[in-house]
Design a protein around this ligand. Sequence first.
Ligand SMILES: [Zn+2]
Length: 293
Amino acid sequence: MAAADLRHWQIGDVTVTRIVEIGGFADNIAMLYAGADADWLRSFKWLGPEFVTPEGLMIISFQAFLVTTPTRRILVDTCIGNDRKSRFAVFDNLKTQFLEDLELAGCHPEKVDTVLCTHLHFDHVGWNTRLVDGKWVPSFPNARHLFGRTEWDHLKKLHEAGDSHAMHLPDALQPVIDAGLADFIDADHDVCEEISLISTPGHTPGHVSVLIRSRGEEAVITGDLMHHPVQCAVPDRQANFDEDKDLACATRRKFLANYDARRALIIGSHFAEPTAGWFEKDGSAWKFIARKA
Ligand SMILES: [Zn+2]
């Protein structure tokens, strides 16, 4: 990651720093919405060049967020990780400088005291571990790792059934649990004075978003409550990536209604540069107003 990709947001006494693993990845909108095409995506002019290519491809990123409070160093989601096999070429056998980038952001991996995973999909837990001499070891040896209890039970079931969506369990999660570094939490958990969780189920059963409140300011790191800003415009349209599609739609609409009118800075976990902005009411739906630097 280039130093220029580092981005900081200040919410009262809390600093959120973005660490990009894969930035500006362009893909067909039909990956997200069956039957949607480039012309449809381009018809939302407010998306601008940040979120749609001139050809009408959606742009998304894969990134983590370092949340620094006066007392804590919390890493929210840990991306995909190096050396992992994937059936998707873009994720297969990555060789990024993620841990060095974290240091560039001002935090040595040993200084992270909390790892918080919004859910347990492969692209949110990968750097929990790294491959050393053929063995997967925790990347953040001094951190408590907060895993949703509902998420863990669900992933374990998928793994027992041989589901490919759980193939990362043995190398990205089990070594952390074996090292005694995992805490299984409820979806309404309070992490510390400034950081708490919002239950946002649907994408996965125990999915959470991260609420940051300090000195009267608010921000939310969405997790995969949505993947692309166009979802603000069609919150009720079922998305391919969601496990319970109806519940995900209901959760999205409720969340959009709750956080519009610039109540909170919205930091989209998969939103491309500039990643953060606000929801604004637009008829019966919403649009996303990107916050320019
Ligand atoms: Zn994701």
